[in-house]
Design a protein around this ligand. Structure first.
Ligand SMILES: Cc1cc2nc3c(=O)[nH]c(=O)nc-3n(C[C@H](O)[C@H](O)[C@H](O)COP(=O)(O)O)c2cc1C
Length: 413
C-alpha cells in the first residue's frame, strides 16, 4: 500500500473513522476509549482547544524549521511515537510498521513492555531509533533481565511508566470482552465476521505465522502454545513500585531514563533529584485515572519549577499539528503521539502511520507559518496572554513562557 492510497485521509479524525470501520469493535474500543466515564479524554480535548496561540504578524516565514533536540538527538520533528500495548494486533506486525514509519520520519519509536512483537525483531526490521517502555513486574530480577534484553537489542532510552500503579477501570472492555490473552466467545466471533479484512489480514495471518498473539517480552517459559499467560504472577504488574525502583533503574540503565506520566511539580522535582533525564507530562491519553488533570493544566508550573534542569516532554490528546504547537508553546520540548499513529497503522500499516505523521507535520508547519514562528523556539512566545478581563503585557521577543498571573492562561482553563 503506498502513501498516495490515503489521499482521502485529510486529518487524524478521518484516519480514526476509517480505523473504526476496519477493526473489530473490541479492539477499536481498546485503542480509542478511556476509563470509567471518559471525562478525561473529553477534558484533554477541551483544554487543548482552550489554548489560543496569538500570531506575530509580518515575520518572514518562508523558511520554517521543525527541527528539535530530544534526549540528545537532533531530529526533523519534535515527536516520538508513544508506547502502545498490542499495536501488533492492529495491523500484522503493527509494531514493526509503526517503527518503520517513525524511522522514515526521523523520530524515535517507543516499544511497549506489552508489545506483541519482540524488540529484537522491531530493531532488526525497522532501523528505527528505539526507546523501551517499562512496566515493572512483581519479580524485579526478571524486570532487570528485560532491561538488559532491551539494551542489547539497541534501545537507547528507557521510559518507566509511572501512571499505571494499578489496573485501570475500563468497563467497555469487560462489556465487549476484549483482553489479552484473547478469549474465544460468540460475541468475539461475530465481531470477527463483521470485520473480514482485519480478520484475514491480521488475525488469520498471525495465527498461521506464529500462533495466537501474546506479549512478546514475557520470558518464553511464561507463555503457552495457546498464547495464554502463565498462571504465575511473577510477571503481574507490580503495585509497589516506588522511588527505590527509580534509584535501582538509574544505577542499572546506562542510557537516558525517562519517567512517563508525571502530573505534579513535586514528583517532577523528585525525578530530577533521582538523576532522571526527562519526564513525560501525560495522563496516559485519558485512559487511566479519569479525574486526572490534563497535561496542559500542569505543564506551565512544572516547566517553571524545573527551569531547564531536565527535559520535559508531553502527550495526551494530540490530533492536530496545532496541538503539538500548543504543547511546545507551554514549554514541552517534544511531544509523544499515541492514538493518532495507531489509527494510521490500523488503516495501512507503515504507510498509514506515515500518512498521519505527514499530516501532523504539514499542520504544524502551517500553524507555525500562521503564527509567524520560523522555528519551534518561537512558539513559546505565541501563548495568547491577552486576558478576557484586564490587560497583560506580552513578553515580546522573550522566550519566557511563564504565564503572568493576571492573564487568561492554559493553566487556568
Ligand atoms: C491502545 C493504547 C495502548 C497503550 N499502551 C501503553 C503502554 O503499554 N505503555 C505506556 O506507557 N503507555 C501506553 N499508552 C499510552 C500512550 O503511550 C500515550 O501516553 C497516550 O496514548 C497519549 O495520548 P494520545 O493517544 O491521545 O496521543 C497506550 C495508549 C493506547 C491508546
Amino acid at each position: 500500500m503506498s502513501r498516495s492510497a490515503f489521499g482521502h485521509v485529510l486529518n487524524v479524525d478521518d484516519a480514526r473513522r476509517a480505523a473504526a470501520r476496519r477493526l473489530p469493535r473490541g479492539l477499536f474500543e481498546y485503542i480509542d476509549r478511556g476509563s470509567e466515564d471518559e471525562t478525561s479524554i473529553a477534558a484533554n480535548r477541551r483544554r487543548l482547544d482552550a489554548i489560543r496561540l496569538a500570531p506575530s504578524v509580518l515575520v518572514d516565514v518562508s523558511r520554517r524549521s521543525l527541527e528539535a533536540e530530544i534526549l540528545g538527538h537532533r531530529q526533523p520533528l519534535p515527536l516520538a511515537i508513544a508506547p502502545t500495548a498490542v499495536a501488533g494486533l492492529v495491523w500484522h506486525d503493527g509494531e514493526i510498521a509503526l517503527a518503520r514509519a517513525a524511522a522514515a520520519a526521523g523520530i524515535p519509536f517507543c516499544v511497549s513492555t506489552q508489545s506483541i512483537t519482540p524488540i529484537e525483531r522491531i530493531a532488526a526490521e525497522s532501523g528505527a531509533r528505539l526507546w523501551f517502555q517499562l512496566y515493572v513486574w512483581k519479580n524485579r530480577q526478571r524486570t532487570l533481565a528485560l532491561l538488559d534484553r532491551a539494551r542489547a537489542a539497541g534501545a537507547e532510552t528507557l521510559v518507566l511508566t509511572v501512571d499505571t500503579a494499578v489496573t485501570p477501570n475500563r468497563e467497555y472492555n469487560l462489556r465487549n470482552g476484549f483482553g489479552i490473552p484473547l478469549q474465544a466467545s460468540v460475541r468475539a466471533g461475530i465481531d470477527l465476521m463483521l470485520h473480514p479484512r482485519w480478520t484475514a489480514s491480521v488475525m488469520l495471518r498471525s495465527l498461521i505465522a506464529s500462533g495466537v498473539p501474546t506479549y512478546a517480552h514475557y520470558p518464553e517459559e511464561f507463555r503457552t502454545r495457546l498464547g495464554r499467560l502463565a498462571l504465575s504472577d511473577e510477571l503481574a504488574l507490580a503495585t509497589d513500585v516506588t522511588w527505590d525502583d527509580v534509584r535501582l533503574l538509574r544505577q542499572r540503565w546506562k542510557g537516558r531514563l525517562v519517567l512517563k506520566g508525571v502530573l505534579r511539580v513535586d514528583d517532577a522535582l523528585t525525578a530530577l533529584s533521582h538523576g532522571v533525564d526527562a519526564i513525560v507530562v501525560s495522563n496516559h491519553g485519558g485512559r487511566n485515572l479519569d479525574c486526572a488533570p490534563g497535561p496542559t493544566e500542569v505543564l506551565p508550573a512544572i516547566v517553571e519549577a524545573i527551569s531547564d534542569r531536565m527535559e520535559i516532554l508531553a502527550d495526551s490528546g494530540v490530533r492536530r499539528g496545532a496541538d503539538i504547537a500548543r504543547f511546545l508553546a507551554l514549554g514541552a520540548s517534544g511531544v509523544l503521539i499515541g492514538r493518532a499513529t495507531l489509527y494510521g497503522v490500523a488503516i495501512g500499516g507503515a504507510d498509514g502511520a506515515g500518512r498521519v505523521l505527514d499530516l501532523l507535520r504539514h499542520e504544524l508547519e502551517v500553524t507555525m507559518g500562521m503564527l509567524g514562528a520560523p522555528g519551534l523556539d518561537a512558539l513559546r512566545r505565541c501563548l495568547n496572554k491577552t486576558p478576557a478581563a484586564g490587560p497583560c503585557t506580552p513578553s515580546s521577543g522573550s522566550t519566557d513562557h511563564r504565564l503572568p498571573t493576571n492573564c487568561a492562561s492554559a493553566g487556568s482553563i
